[in-house]
Design a binder for this molecule. Structure first.
Ligand code: PLP
Length: 387
């Protein structure tokens, strides 16, 4: 029996995709074949050089804490990775347990109870959930294909409230894979600064952009908080290493928060992450990026042929956000039915907010071309049989 539980624990919403994954795994354990197009992590194992560095760290008995803000060599290497775009003092970087740790840290750093955080709907669910743990007020702004599902300076201005303290952007976005154009980011950067608030840009999918080169928000100037991670492009989801780059004036407080919240990111993983930034690993990671690119180009037409509408071609990440209203007006039910009847797992729009979410689903192409084709064949067959 639970005697008492915080209101925030009772209130926190689930991350539906994890629930779907669990259900899919239950079905698999009963012998059903499931094609996974719900998962938000690369299907590749970590690159060999990364695994080797992790093993080496273990052999070297690197089993103690690192400084709370991370291994100095890793912070220097991360700073160096921006060197063609901005000069970053490694002191402005905190290594965190994944981008999730960076999101928690930045919100602890910037938000008091009742402060407003503005974010795009649809967007990555944990942003709203973490902000609500800090008793912040979620100021969701409905976005659509007209702005590539991103906030614009005009939308930020129009939706600004007296208590807005933080604007959060993810580019490329999860679930839409769309980018914020450089000039729009500049306009938001200027506007947020003028308002005396903070801008946080989640660049976790930044290195997974396929048709163009994009600059980090750090190239705008120092007054921005940038989050990134070794999870996606570097293929290290389970190692739990990410980072936050912040303006100079916040370093001391962020370090104190990191000491209290995490003590440090996992030491072995930080050594492995250092190898992820090497030139040798870079060759392999670029090869993998090309594979994701190819998968996007194969999957997109299959999704459209099946009757889903993709209103903006995703520029990056490994997601396609599709309007399913020609097939079903209840995406939650559709995902449930497709899982149980067609053996294909995809994610309902409800995970990403409440803006027309019943009309949308997210496909992930973190799976092989063969599996993506088989998944779409099953969905197409299910649609044909239904009609
Ligand atoms: C936009 C976005 N930010 C942050 C995260 C958290 O990633 P991690 O904590 O594994 O670095 C994810 C994971 O799916 C994501 O999609």
């Amino acid at each position: 029996m639970v005697m008492a539980m915080s209101e925030r624990a009772q209130r926190i919403e689930p991350f539906y995709v994890m629930k779907i994954l669990q259900q899919a795994q239950q079905l698999e354990s009963r012998g059903q074949s499931i094609i996974h197009m719900e998962i938000g992590e690369p299907d590749f194992p970590s690159a060999e050089m990364i695994i080797r560095a992790g093993k080496q760290a273990l052999d070297n008995q690197y089993t103690h804490y690192t400084p709370a803000n991370g291994l100095p060599e890793l912070r220097a290497a991360i700073a160096d990775s921006y060197s063609d775009q901005a000069i970053i003092d490694p002191g402005r970087i905190v290594v965190t347990p994944g981008a999730s740790g960076a999101l928690q840290l930045v919100m602890a750093l910037l938000l008091d109870p009742g402060d407003g955080i503005m974010l795009a709907d649809p967007g990555y669910p944990c942003n709203r959930h973490i902000a609500s743990l800090f008793s912040a007020q979620i100021q969701s702004v409905a976005v659509n294909e007209k702005t590539d599902y991103q906030l614009t300076a005009e939308l930020v201005e129009k939706n600004w409230q007296e208590n807005t303290r933080l604007v959060l952007i993810a580019s490329p976005s999860n679930p839409t894979g769309t980018l914020i154009p450089q000039q729009e980011l500049s306009a938001i950067y200027q506007l947020v600064q003028k308002k005396g608030a903070s801008l946080v840009v989640d660049e976790i999918y930044h290195s997974l952009v396929y048709d163009q080169q994009v600059a980090s928000a750090l190239s705008q100037g120092e007054q921005v908080f940038v989050i990134n991670s070794f999870s996606k492009y570097y293929g290290m989801t389970g190692w739990r290493v990410g980072w936050l780059v912040m303006p100079e004036g916040y370093i001391e407080s962020a370090n104190r928060l990191a000491q209290n919240m995490f003590l440090a990111a996992p030491t072995l993983s930080q050594h492995a992450a250092l190898a992820a930034l090497s030139e040798e690993t870079g060759v392999e990671l670029k090869r993998r990026r090309d594979i994701f690119h190819q998968r996007r180009d194969i999957l997109l037409p299959l999704i459209e042929q099946a009757g889903f509408r993709v209103k903006t071609v995703p520029a990056g990440a490994f997601y396609i956000y599709a309007d399913c209203s020609a097939i079903s007006d209840d995406s939650m039910k559709l995902c449930d039915t497709l899982l149980h009847q067609a053996g294909v797992a995809i994610t309902p729009g409800a995970d990403f907010g409440s803006n027309k979410s019943a009309s949308y689903v997210r496909f992930s192409y973190a799976n092989t071309v063969e599996n993506l084709q088989e998944g779409m064949r099953r969905i197409q067959q299910w649609i044909n049989e239904k009609s």
